[in-house]
Design a protein around this ligand. Structure first.
Ligand code: NAD
Ligand code: ZN
Length: 343
């Protein structure tokens, strides 16, 4: 089968052929229809420090996908050939304390699909059936293909009560923009999103945020006060940029008692004003992955109740043109980029 693989420990990714993987007794064999490019795939492509430390080569990359069940192991129950599925990309151990308590997202032995085991930039993927999630008919292939990052957005956005609250989101990447749409959909009052990239701020506007602020040019707090009439600070913050400067700005602009959910992964250590955290009694909550599988059910329900994510998908490429897909991601003028594995 064809696959995009990290063949060598150097920048790049290569279209290659490899054997169709064989499902074990508890696995599904999934024929991949579409797989979207994640920021993580771009890190692996660029072969940065994190990728060097984490990814053995050769490795078939990719973990955001939709496909159909094309085979299954003898022990699998609850799936049928032809079922349309996406899947949780964190493979958990099942025997640590958190796994046994049903808190799978807190497993300390997690392995990543397309990071430490073969991924979805391929015609076929093998996945433990436990990790597969059936996609209802009314959800399109395109949307199902981005459930993994949508799940990061939903997990983060729904960590704290947003109803009637003023929400600050730093970082209008695909996940920040989806979180903004979720916040609006569930009843936040003002949803303000920041970035330094105008293309992405425009995407956020298209998704219906109250105000998109380019912090390279505009004063966030002046906008909040003068245009939105805010006087005290933001109630909830969703950090989705990984920028230390953005996190510091968020801590500064929270109201007393504010709550921050931190998804963005900083490249290095971050200097923040701990006095503000203490004297304002802020709550800072790290977020990793998606809750298995509460987040997945909520994603479906959000879409079924009218949340429209379609503007976030900005590019499609056939697999032969994968390089253009990575270039679009690297150029910063993209939302989600989907690679089509069929025809
Ligand atoms: P992305 O890199 O596409 O988006 C980040 C955005 O932040 C970019 O548009 C960038 O221009 C913007 N930015 C940079 N400096 C800024 C500043 N000072 N103020 C405001 N915005 C600024 O990332 P993504 O794919 O949308 O993911 C969001 C973040 O979440 C990334 O840091 C990613 O690594 C992280 N992530 C974490 C998890 C997890 O489980 N914790 C999972 C997936 C992604
Ligand atoms: Zn575990």
């Amino acid at each position: 089968m064809h696959a995009l693989s990290k063949l060598k420990p150097e920048p790049g990714i290569w279209l290659t052929t490899t054997d169709v993987p064989v499902p074990g007794p508890n696995d599904l064999l999934i024929r991949v229809k579409k797989s979207s490019i994640c920021g993580t795939d771009v890190h692996i492509y660029a072969w940065d420090d994190w990728a060097r430390r984490t990814v053995p080569t050769p490795m078939v990359v990719g973990h955001e996908y939709v496909g159909v069940v094309a085979g299954m192991g003898s022990e699998v129950r609850g799936f049928a050939l032809g079922d349309r599925v996406s899947g949780e990309g964190h493979i958990t151990c099942g025997h640590c304390r958190n796994c046994r308590a049903g808190r799978r997202h807190l497993c300390r032995n997690t392995l990543g699909v397309g990071v430490q085991r073969p991924g979805s930039f391929a015609e076929y993927l093998v996945l433990p059936a436990f990790n597969a999630f059936k996609i209802p008919d009314e959800i399109s292939d395109d949307l199902a293909a981005i459930f993994d990052p949508f799940g990061n957005a939903v997990h983060t956005a729904l960590k704290f009560d947003l109803v009637g609250e003023d929400v600050l989101i730093t970082g209008a990447g695909p996940i920040g923009v989806m979180a903004a749409a979720v916040a609006k959909h569930v009843g936040a009052r003002n949803v303000v999103i920041t970035d330094v990239n105008d293309y992405r701020l425009d995407l956020a506007r298209e998704m219906g945020v109250t105000r998109a602020v380019n912090v390279a040019r505009e004063d966030l707090w002046a906008v909040a006060q003068d245009e939105l009439g805010m006087t005290e600070g933001f109630d909830v913050g969703l950090e989705m940029s990984g920028s230390g400067a953005a996190f510091a700005q968020m801590v500064d602009r929270m109201n007393h008692g504010g709550k921050i959910a931190l998804l963005g992964i900083p490249a290095g250590r971050v200097d923040i004003n701990w006095d503000s955290v203490i004297f304002k009694m802020l709550t800072v909550q790290g977020i990793y992955g998606r809750e298995m599988f509460e987040t997945w059910y909520k994603m479906v329900a959000l879409i079924q109740s009218g949340l429209d994510l379609t503007p976030i998908i900005t590019h499609h490429f056939g697999i032969a043109d994968f390089q253009q897909g990575f270039d679009a991601m690297l150029g910063g003028k993209s939302g989600k980029v989907i690679l089509d594995w069929e025809g």
